[in-house]
Design a binder for this molecule. Structure first.
Ligand code: FAQ
Length: 326
């Protein structure tokens, strides 16, 4: 129970909805209208949105960590400033997203508790280490590119507060993408050692990036329901394919190779075909057994503990200065 809103935990819709209200809701979505927090919505729509937006918010704060560890080691003052600004933006995105999820009735404290207990997921990609500066370049270019594909698509979706947050986030992400591309180009057109460094980083991140878009459509649990309710505006495979079509040519143009022997372009359709990116690894990582899962959550637990006194002070200041309405 969050406030006076009951949220059903579990993978499937167990709630019998009023058929008239449900039909009116679905007709509204079919007409392309937006749903606002005060509008009637099915319990399962609310539950799914909380799950997805909350996971997205967690991904932004955990996602600040792999690049964040490079702030003190960035090559040069300008790159350090740019990286600091990017990492700060990612944390700001989490704030926007937690606020959007709160409109559905789950408190921020409950969301953070679910992240720290491991109940709530976050993006697979942030459970891998950034070994070198080139890893941060690949993250900022290709993971931000993947995030933009997902977020621009879903910003046309049905739940207004999430769409508004996504629109704003995408504007900032497009700067991140340019910053990342600039770093990759510098390395790819640099010394042989720099070229090797960026190629090795691409090799390390390629599979996690394939996983980023979610399991193949045939194995996706939520896509059917979420596309029907226009929460997801494209399927996982459609977004992954869009990434291939847009970014494979750009990567090859830089003289980098892609670690997939089955990668080839269909001359008739123009679509890139790719090999199986090891979905067992994906399952292990999203269920807690990736190279950095334990470390990422441990860092967040420390941050939560160290920030406790600030939250407590703010809460007390709030109580002291809020004048009663009488
Ligand atoms: N990682 O039925 P589906 C960023 C789970 S933001 C972990 O296909 P769905 C910015 C899924 O939750 C990155 N888990 O799921 C940045 C479900 O498990 P559950 C985050 C994943 O929801 C850049 C199960 O697998 N973006 O990068 C993943 O229909 C650089 C079955 O999957 C978002 O969160 C995954 N990749 O589709 C920051 C966008 N994929 O919950 C710093 C919003 C699937 O039943 C630096 N989310 N799972 O236990 C979405 O668009 C969707 O949730 C998908 C997955 C497309 C991720």
């Amino acid at each position: 129970m969050y406030g006076n809103i009951s949220i059903v935990d579990g993978p499937t819709n167990q709630v019998a909805e009023d058929p008239e209200k449900l039909a009116a809701f679905e007709a509204k979505i079919a007409r392309g209208e937006k749903i606002e927090p005060h509008d009637w919505m099915p319990t399962e729509y609310r539950r799914q949105l909380i799950r997805m937006i909350e996971q997205h918010a967690h991904s932004e704060i955990i996602g600040a960590l792999p690049e964040g560890t490079w702030i003190t080691r960035a090559p040069g003052f300008k790159r350090k400033m740019a990286l600091m600004a990017k990492v700060q933006d990612e944390v700001g995105h989490a704030q926007l997203l937690y606020s959007a999820a709160e409109t559905l009735g789950k408190s921020r404290e409950a969301m953070i508790d679910d992240l720290l207990s491991g109940k709530s997921k976050y993006s697979n990609v942030f459970n891998y280490p950034a070994y070198t500066w080139a890893d941060t370049a690949i993250i900022a270019w290709l993971i931000d590119a993947s995030a933009i594909i997902n977020q621009v698509t879903n910003s046309k979706g049905s739940y207004a507060p999430y769409c508004r947050a996504l629109e704003r986030i995408c504007m900032e992400e497009s700067f991140h993408l340019k910053y990342g591309y600039d770093n990759v180009v510098t390395l790819a057109t640099g010394t042989p050692t720099q070229r090797q460094m960026v190629q090795e980083a691409l090799n390390r991140w390629w599979r996690p990036i394939m996983h980023f878009f979610g399991p193949p459509d045939k194995a996706s649990v939520h896509t059917e329901q979420l596309t029907r309710w226009k929460v997801k505006m494209a399927t996982n495979d459609e977004m992954r394919q869009q990434f291939f079509n847009q970014y494979v040519p750009k990567i090859l143009e830089l003289g980098l190779s892609i670690p997939d022997p089955e990668l080839k372009k269909d001359p008739l359709t123009g679509q890139w075909a790719y090999g199986d990116p090891d979905w067992d690894e994906f399952k292990r990582v999203i269920n807690g057994d990736g190279p950095c899962n334990a470390e990422r959550l441990a860092v967040r637990r420390v941050a939560e503990e160290r920030g406790r006194w600030v939250r407590e002070a703010l809460r007390k200041a709030d109580q002291k200065y809020v004048t009663p309405l009488a």
